[in-house]
Design a protein around this ligand. Structure first.
Ligand code: MN
Length: 722
């Protein structure tokens, strides 16, 4: 295990500005916090954060990153809290540790390729600061190095799969080739031991057959270059079993030659030297066609630069060669960390420790295709996206601001249409809740589709919005049709005729409509009045619809409603509104809040359907100029499903302690639910309040009003009418 002074020395060796006191404090804090915890290997747990910090010193990372590495498991695994870390180490470190902790809580189970890509994006999106990701990668690397100590083979395989699909590709994107290869090769041990063994056996065999050929080739290349006056370091490096195996898989080839297992590298001082060395090698040996790639003039998206070529080299064996400068070599080995290092050397104390991050982003911004750009690491890129999980662990990518309704529609249109509620991370939440990265979302569904038109205001995706509109339109049309068919039947009956659809079919042409359904919809949404329909079906029979008839009805009405078309009687002859969804074809008026039990009338508005008012609503007076728009309605409530309705009352409550809680407990005792409460006036002695109460019907509201009137602190209660 790396000792305290050793770690501090390592950091100060490459970073003269390192905060040694902070490093020392973090070392002791983590040591104390992890106490006597042990790892599966039997080592003290503390050895793990120290090793992770050690890995990051190889990449010469700043004090904050090393401190974060030391502390990275304290919040998850010990009694330490983020607040405590903030107090002791400051907000920057607390934010970094929090970021790593959140990443560690994710259980990423990639199943399909598409999934893996989204999961990688999720990890990137959650790493607000790239140092979070660097610590996470080092953490994963050390956990992989000690993976074999875990007794449970399923767990080992799961971790290996996650590493292979998520973390190794992320390391590659950050240009951290060495970490990437090591992660892959350890995962390979778990995921496909047979394949790895066979690659290893084959390597043995090739090595035995060729002896120290790699050394001979290196020496000869070195010789050829120095004769041409080029100062170069030549080395041969055996590929990892996994990279050999993947190449076999990908190119569908077997490996037979040394070129398949050893890559030679020529490191020179300058870019002109790279091209000169290339010229020398190509002049000396025949080149293998189609293997030349110039990543110096066209760097890879992660910043990697080199010239790649293959020649028929010494001893007539095919040889793969990479040519690069020393600086390119360091970038290839260290990735993003190298950029930071160079920046530090070039402009020490420029005051900005984030310069290297800036640099990384610049490289990534210059990636070649938009797709690459999207895929690769510009962290802010993902700030406008959130990645959430289904209960089965699939990832759903959504724009920021998305709600469970968006999530439901993203899963499937049917799921969206039948959504009635949602749980986020196991807790029931309102559907307008904004989702966050890593949230697990479970959609609660009804048997029948019932999208709420109001959802249009809570969704962030176009897909959800258009699906809601479509579903609402379908439902609306369906309800208009049902309402219209009832209107037609009633109109026939009142005109003294038997209703037949045949009669409607006969007048389709004169109505300029193509189906009976269309007639119903027009009647339901108010674009066709029943009188217009009857005039077509029974031309000449006008007596029933004369103003005289309306006037006769009017005379029986209360004076203030006269001249209108309000029907008389108890409403039993009215159209039933059972089964029609409020807000679709019928709308309960906001002025009078009609309840089952109230005598109701409807006012037809063209293209909107029916507004329902209580018969004594004051607003009706404004609508009396158009008697034909009036409809006689009745509730016809299904006793099994009474439904919820909102009744509105005003109360005058004495301004004394406890009066408000008295009021609400009286309502609650009477099974009413206050859905809105507003104090409209407050004086020395009294509150004027307006309350919306969810009740089942008029009797329910009347009972509540009676109970309130009997409450001492309440001086008056009235139902609101218009
Ligand atoms: Mn860890």
């Amino acid at each position: 295990m790396i000792r305290q002074y050793e770690l501090v020395e390592r950091v100060s060796a490459y970073d003269p500005n390192a905060d040694e006191a902070l490093l020392n404090r973090a070392y002791v804090f983590s040591l104390t916090a992890h106490g006597s915890q042990t790892r599966a290997s039997g080592d003290p747990y503390f050895s793990h954060p120290v090793e992770v910090a050690g890995i990051l010193t190889e990449y010469r990372l700043d004090t904050a990153t090393i401190v974060t590495a030391l502390l990275h498991d304290t919040v998850e695994d010990t009694v330490a809290t983020i607040d405590e870390i903030g107090e002791v180490f400051g907000p920057e470190i607390a934010k970094l540790v929090d970021g790593v902790t959140k990443l560690s809580k994710l259980e990423l189970r990639p199943e399909a390729n598409q999934q893996a890509e989204n999961l990688r994006k999720l990890v990137l999106a959650m790493s607000d600061d790239i140092r979070v990701l660097l610590v996470k990668l080092a953490d994963r690397l050390h956990n992989m190095r000690t993976l074999h100590y875990l007794a449970n083979p399923d767990k080992r395989r799961r971790i290996a799969a996650e590493t292979m699909e998520i973390y190794a590709p992320l390391a590659e994107r950050l240009g951290m080739q060495r970490i990437k290869q090591e992660l892959e090769d350890i995962s390979f041990v778990e995921l496909n031991p047979e394949a790895r063994d066979s690659v290893l056996r084959r390597l043995e065999y090739l090595r035995a057959g060729t002896g120290n050929l790699a050394e001979k080739i290196s020496a000869e290349l070195q010789q050829v270059l120095s004769e041409a006056g080029i100062v170069a370091e030549v080395s041969g490096r055996e590929k990892t079993p996994f990279s050999i195996w993947r190449k076999m898989q990908r190119d569908n080839v077997t490996f037979e030659q040394l070129a398949d297992i050893v890559a030679f590298r020529i490191v020179v001082d300058s870019i002109p030297d790279c091209y000169q060395a290339l010229g020398v090698v190509h002049g000396e040996y025949p080149m293998v066609p189609d293997r030349f790639k110039d990543y110096i003039s066209t760097p890879k998206r992660n910043g990697y630069r080199s010239i790649h070529t293959a020649v028929i080299g010494p001893g007539n064996s095919r040889v793969e060669i990479q040519i690069r400068t020393r600086q390119m070599h360091q970038v290839a080995e260290l990735g993003v960390a190298a950029h930071w290092q160079y920046k530090q050397q070039l402009t020490p104390k420029d005051g900005s420790q984030y310069r290297w991050l800036q640099e990384l982003l610049e490289i990534l911004e210059h990636a070649h295709s938009p797709e690459e750009f999207l895929e690769h690491t510009k962290l802010e890129m993902f700030h406008d996206q959130v990645f959430c999980f289904t209960p089965r662990g699939e990832v759903i990518a959504l724009p920021r601001g998305a709600t469970p309704v968006d999530f439901a529609y993203a899963v499937h249109t049917d799921v969206g249409d039948t959504c009635v509620g949602a749980k986020v991370n196991g807790r029931t939440v309102p559907l307008r809740t904004e989702l966050g990265n890593g949230d697990q979302v479970e959609i609660l569904r009804s048997k029948t589709p019932a999208p709420d038109p109001a959802w249009e205001n809570v969704v962030a995706t176009g897909k959800a919005r258009s699906a809601i509109r479509r579903a609402v339109r379908n439902k609306q049309r369906d309800e208009y049709r049902r309402l219209g068919s009832a209107i037609a039947e009633k109109a026939f009956r009142e005109a003294g005729h038997e209703f037949t659809e045949r009669a409607l079919e006969n007048v389709l042409r004169t109505l300029n409509m193509s189906s009976v359904e269309e007639v119903y919809v027009a009647l339901g949404d108010g674009t066709l009045s029943s009188r217009q329909l009857l005039e077509r079906v029974f031309p000449g029979e006008r007596r029933w619809y004369s103003r005289g008839a309306f006037d006769a009805i009017n005379r029986m009405l209360p004076a203030r409603l006269r001249r209108s078309g309000v029907p008389r009687g108890d409403g039993e002859a009215g159209l039933p509104i059972r089964g029609l969804t409020p807000g679709v074809a019928v709308h309960y008026a906001e002025c009078c809040h009609p309840l089952p039990g109230d005598r109701i009338v409807g006012v037809m508005t063209k293209g909107r359907g029916v507004d329902i008012h209580t018969i004594d609503c004051e607003r009706l007076e404004g609508a009396q100029d158009d008697p034909e728009a009036w409809m006689d309605l009745r509730w016809d409530v299904d006793p099994a499903e009474p439904g919820e309705h909102v009744g509105r009352i005003v109360a005058v409550v004495s301004n004394e302690p406890g009066s408000l809680s008295n009021l609400s407990s009286v309502i609650a005792r009477n099974m009413g639910n206050i859905s809105n409460l507003k104090i409209t006036n407050r004086s020395q002695d009294f509150f004027d309040m307006q309350l919306d109460i969810e009740v089942s019907d008029l009797k329910h509201l009347t009972d509540i009003i009676a109970a309130l009137r009997a409450t001492p602190c309440i001086s008056s209660v009235e139902r609101v009418r218009g």
